[in-house]
Design a protein around this ligand. Structure first.
Ligand code: SF4
Ligand code: SF4
Length: 466
């Protein structure tokens, strides 16, 4: 009855570069499988759909590398806003710490793109080649025309998904509607073509062939996850005290002297990394809970209580805690610290974005033009002003200057800047000679949108008196 996955049978004597044994994963249904598929649907609906969403006459989410602008719904981020990218990375890291401390590798098991795409590719494989046993038999069968046809169909389906994924990925960096027209007219740019095929190739490779190898050998997170666990972290656990000694039931149902594990091997067969959860916590376990679902099904059939494999904690297993005590220990100092830091960073970022002035200004004093005397004996410095209108609307900005008696612009102190655009202008600034002594003097340039009093900035510059 025991039919472990092929990977579980890898002899320990094989070298460091032992040949990979293909894992034939059995499909599974149940509470956690439903959650996993729900997250697959949600994440893929967002990934494949968001790039088609229009917003203010453009793509809602677009990372326009050519124009060096990132559009996120109503927000336009410029290279100067790289700070927000850093904040996003910090938030992601803290969220990962928090969720890992609470529920182990929740990200790996439910939301990691490697898990999600492997799940999709395995689903296609099962629909085309059949369930686990049929696939094992099919792979052993000699290669003939029907087998070649079925294999070709599977790879064609995988390649179609991979190409669409690559096309969608590239569509976040160039407007996807324009990309479709360019593709249909066979005039996609070199870089676009490269990224579409590059991303598609790696999706096909990672989800179709590498699968658990990525989690086991390539992903650094698997290696350092242990430091984020503590004895109160929820992890998928086999209840050895209840399950052992394992063994099949006799025909008359007698299981005297035996534990609840009937050694059916199904928990190994559904494991995408091919491990046996009964051997305890292993770094290969991605926390997908497939073994929980399948074992609950086995328990239902044998008339035993569910939960032989379940989410539990090290402390709960050692001290025999029930769910009430486990939940009571979920809120602990490190969880409170992670939550507090995460909420503080999120609130500060949201506040910062809400109060952000959609205007940026660079002022550079023209070092090529020295301070000089012009008509009427006035002293002139020349500045280059670079205005970045980060708003989705055009604005007319009025300029003012203060800091020295009689200081003024020579020329019109008004400039119009188109939506999400930059405009540079050279502005001569003049002062009467008696306004200041020789040397450098701080002056202040005010920039305010004519039709929106809330959009204004005051920038400091230096005026040099000869
Ligand atoms: S733990 Fe559950 S699924 Fe795994 S072998 Fe035992 S009874 Fe079967
Ligand atoms: S041991 Fe269970 S939870 Fe861990 S990866 Fe395998 S099936 Fe998923």
């Amino acid at each position: 009855m025991n039919a472990p996955n092929a990977a579980a049978a890898v002899p320990a004597s094989e070298g460091l570069y032992a040949r990979r044994r293909k894992i034939y994963v059995r499909s599974v249904g149940g509470f956690f499988a439903q959650w996993r598929w729900t997250l697959v649907w949600i994440s893929q609906a967002i990934f494949y759909g968001l790039c088609w969403l229009p917003w203010n006459g453009r793509q809602a989410v677009l990372f326009d590398l050519v124009q060096r602008k990132f559009y996120l719904f109503g927000l336009v981020l410029w290279p100067q806003d790289v700070f927000y990218l850093a904040v996003l990375l910090i938030i992601s890291a803290y969220a990962l710490f928090l969720f890992t401390a609470i529920g182990g590798r929740l990200f790996c098991g439910y939301a990691c793109p490697q898990t999600v795409y492997t799940e999709i590719f395995m689903w296609l494989e099962e629909k085309i080649e059949g369930e686990r046993n049929a696939r094992m038999k099919f792979d052993k069968a000699p290669l003939d025309a029907p087998k070649l046809g079925i294999k070709a169909t599977k790879h064609a389906a995988w390649i179609a998904v991979a190409l669409w994924t690559g096309f969608t990925f590239a569509g976040y960096f160039t407007p996807i509607r324009a990309q479709v027209s360019e593709f249909l007219e066979w005039r996609l740019g070199g870089w676009q073509t490269f990224w579409i095929f590059f991303y598609a190739f790696f999706t096909y490779l990672m989800a179709g062939f590498m699968r658990e190898q990525v989690c086991k050998y390539m992903c650094p997170y698997a290696r350092f996850q242990g430091v984020m666990f503590d004895p109160d972290t929820l992890i998928v656990t086999y209840d050895a005290a209840r399950g052992e000694p394992r063994g099949p039931r006799s025909k008359n149902g007698d299981h005297a002297g035996k534990g609840d594990c009937i050694d059916c091997g199904l928990c190994v067969q559904v494991c995408p990394t091919g491990i046996d959860i009964r051997n305890g916590l292993q770094y290969e376990c991605i926390g997908c809970s497939a073994c929980v679902d399948v074992c609950d099904g086995v328990m239902d059939k044998t008339g035993l209580p569910r939960g032989l494999v379940r989410y539990s904690t090290e402390n709960a297993m050692a001290k025999g805690w029930g769910s009430k005590e486990i939940m009571g220990h979920l809120v602990r100092p490190r969880i409170l610290i992670y939550t507090g830091v995460l909420l503080t960073i999120c609130s500060a970022t949201a506040l910062g974005i809400a109060m952000r002035t959609p205007l940026k200004v660079d002022i550079i004093r023209d070092r090529g033009v020295m301070a000089r005397e012009v008509e009427d004996g006035l002293i002139e410095n020349v500045f280059t002003l670079r205005l970045m209108n980060t708003d989705e609307k055009p604005h007319v900005y009025r300029l003012g200057i203060a800091g020295l008696d009689g200081i003024r612009f020579a020329g019109t102190p008004e400039v119009e800047v188109a939506a999400a655009s930059t405009k540079s202008m050279v502005i001569p600034v003049r002062v009467p000679p008696e306004a200041a002594r020789q040397g450098s003097h701080p002056v202040f340039i005010d920039i305010a949108a004519a039709e929106d009093a809330s959009i204004k900035l005051k920038e400091k510059a230096v005026f040099v008196m000869p």
